[in-house]
Design a protein around this ligand. Structure first.
Ligand code: SF4
Ligand code: SF4
Length: 377
């Protein structure tokens, strides 16, 4: 059966308008009762990347979370909201972005995804074992609420990537390291994870998205006025990639899904409901400078050549506040504060860009290696 994706317009974050748009989209897909059954415990999983105000478009907006809570309650099920931010607690991040207030007002628990357990995944193409948050496994189903954002490593972070939040925060860097520096391998791992957790419903907050050098504070909020929903995040991500006028191959998870036949990525086989893609297309969405060749360079390539070919993180000393969040998250532990400056051991940097993702000041940018710049001229 063809996967269906619903597109609705919503111009602002007024609770009533967001609820109407989300409900309309979910109704087009068959209504909330086709995703959630009475009495079930449902985890609502927003993107809680880091502690930032909701205006910064780094986290899923609280009004989208509220709409999802209301729908789950209407189905007679029991919602809980949870995530595992890269740094900081779900409590702290959700307090800053307003989701904690929504949970209190709606009398819904906000839980920390914190207990890492090992699971077998025999169908996995990358790892046959994963470490996932027990709290995400102890529910009857998941509703995935990604934010529409750019991502300097993966091009964009949408439905599939948002499920990486079910890996406990402190374990994420290890999985980056384990997946290695190959983008496709990392994307394959994300798809494995998504297919294992298989959220029942995915609702993307694209009312205000993040363009440019996302997914953190280096990106720029951009009003898009969109809510996109589907029971199938691979098909949904494919539709969004078309809406923002990008190519399928640009979104590495979509490319891997197509190459490995892991989901439907052919638009001709995806049923789009509500608004048409053409009517909501964004022709001038600003994409990030995706970290390119470093991911696919041979491991044994001369390290000096590699250093000059690959993009690298660069710290702007003027905006860096020495908070050390990057130092704490760096998977191989090669960042250090030395004499009031963050130093990076570039020889051992795996170019994962976790540091850029987490920096609250937008002080880390991506610089192309000078040989690559010459090649690209
Ligand atoms: S670069 Fe960013 S994350 Fe790192 S210490 Fe400076 S402000 Fe903090
Ligand atoms: S310095 Fe940044 S890009 Fe390099 S390994 Fe550390 S977190 Fe990853």
């Amino acid at each position: 059966m063809s996967p269906t994706v619903a597109i609705e317009k919503c111009n602002n974050y007024e609770d009533a308008e967001v609820y109407n748009a989300v409900k309309k989209a979910v109704d087009l897909l068959g209504g909330i009762n086709s995703f959630v059954k009475k009495g079930e415990k449902i985890l609502i999983k927003p993107n809680l990347l880091s502690a930032a105000h909701s205006d910064s478009a780094i986290t899923t907006h609280p009004s989208i979370v509220r709409a999802a809570i209301k729908l789950v309650k209407e189905a007679g099920a029991f919602p809980v909201v949870g995530d595992s931010p890269g740094i900081g607690s779900a409590q702290k991040v959700s307090a800053k972005c307003g989701i904690l207030d929504v949970c209190k007002q709606e009398d819904v628990p906000l839980i920390e995804l914190k207990q890492s357990v090992e699971i077998e995944n025999p169908k996995g193409r990358t790892f046959k074992r994963f470490e996932l948050a027990k709290e995400a496994l102890d529910v009857d189903g998941i509703i995935n609420l990604p934010k529409l954002k750019t991502h300097t490593q993966m091009f964009m972070t949408l439905g599939v990537k948002n499920m990486f939040g079910c890996v406990v925060g402190k374990r994420k860097p290890q999985w980056h390291l384990a997946a290695g520096s190959n983008r496709e391998h990392f994307a394959r791992m994300l798809i494995d994870l998504y297919l294992f957790l298989k959220p029942r419903l995915n609702i993307v907050d694209g009312i205000v998205g993040l363009e440019g050098e996302g997914p953190g504070s280096s990106g720029k909020p951009r009003h898009l006025g969109l809510v996109v929903a589907s029971g199938d995040a691979i098909a949904m991500d494919r539709v969004i990639i078309d809406i923002v006028n990008a190519r399928l191959d640009d979104l590495i998870t979509c490319k891997v899904a197509r190459d490995d036949s892991l989901g439907e990525t052919d638009l001709a086989n995806i049923e789009v409901m509500g608004k048409t893609i053409e009517s909501v297309r964004i022709k001038d969405f600003v994409f990030p400078k995706v970290v390119g060749m470093g991911f696919s360079l041979p491991y044994n390539l001369d390290k000096h050549l590699k250093k000059h070919l690959t993009a690298k993180p660069f710290i702007n000393k003027k905006t860096c506040t020495l908070c050390n969040m990057c130092v704490n998250i760096c998977p191989p532990g090669i960042m250090k504060e030395i004499k009031n400056k963050i130093e990076i051991d570039y020889d051992n940097c795996i170019r994962c860009f976790c540091c850029q993702e987490i920096c609250p000041e937008g002080a880390i940018t991506v610089k192309e290696g000078f040989l690559m710049k010459l090649l690209l001229k």
